[in-house]
Design a protein around this ligand. Structure first.
Ligand code: VGL
Ligand code: ZN
Length: 189
């Protein structure tokens, strides 16, 4: 698969919080860093990333009526991007879930990302990151809604798997919606 100037890479929530040692760890979450860093240079300045970025009293937290342990609290090391991720390769970073009273799984939710991609002339987007069954799925489906051809890179995502199989189910839902899949080894400049 040849990467063209109208292609973009989206890196969803590759943060300490979702990696081993974080507050909402995904098993093997840090394993997405290597494939993401490897393909980043193919996309030039069209590398976009999202960060889950919650206030301390966020509605998704247990104790505020939510289902998740407190995670990705704004400004903490837990909310920082994984230190192994090549930050210099990221052209545009958005933060989501920033309001106390509202959750946002999708990188497109309240971030202006769709408008930005359109302004940058992006037509096809390759989705990577964490977690397959939540924010990756929501972001990929929103990318389709935004009119983009959408490809999920299956070796550069990991699932929370609250129930075993959730990640595979999420992949099936994405594919049923029209999301394509490939691996990072399929990409070339
Ligand atoms: C996420 C659960 C809660 C994610 C974010 O990035 O997939 N999952 N907040
Ligand atoms: Zn969250």
């Amino acid at each position: 698969m040849k990467i063209e100037p109208t292609d973009a890479l989206l890196i969803v929530d590759v943060q300490n919080t979702f990696c081993p040692g974080g507050t909402l760890p995904v098993a093997g979450g840090d394993q997405v860093v290597e494939p993401i860093n490897r393909v980043m240079p193919l996309f030039g300045d069209k590398v976009y990333a999202s960060q889950d970025w919650h206030p301390a009293d966020h509605v998704s937290f247990q104790g505020q009526g939510g289902v998740w342990p407190p995670h990705a609290v704004q400004g903490t090391d837990d909310a920082a991007l994984h230190p192994g991720l090549n930050r210099d390769g990221i052209g545009h970073l958005v933060q989501k879930g920033t309001r106390s009273d509202r959750d946002a799984y999708s990188a497109f939710d309240g971030t202006g990302l769709a408008e930005r991609l359109k302004a940058d002339g992006v037509r096809r987007i390759f989705v990577t990151g964490l977690a397959t069954d939540y924010c990756v799925k929501a972001s990929a489906l929103d990318a389709l809604q935004a009119g983009l051809q959408t490809v999920v890179l299956t070796d550069a995502i990991k699932a929370v798997d609250v129930q075993p199989g959730d990640g595979n189910k999420a992949l099936a839902e994405m594919q049923a919606g029209g999301v394509e899949s490939a691996t990072t080894a399929d990409l070339d400049g």
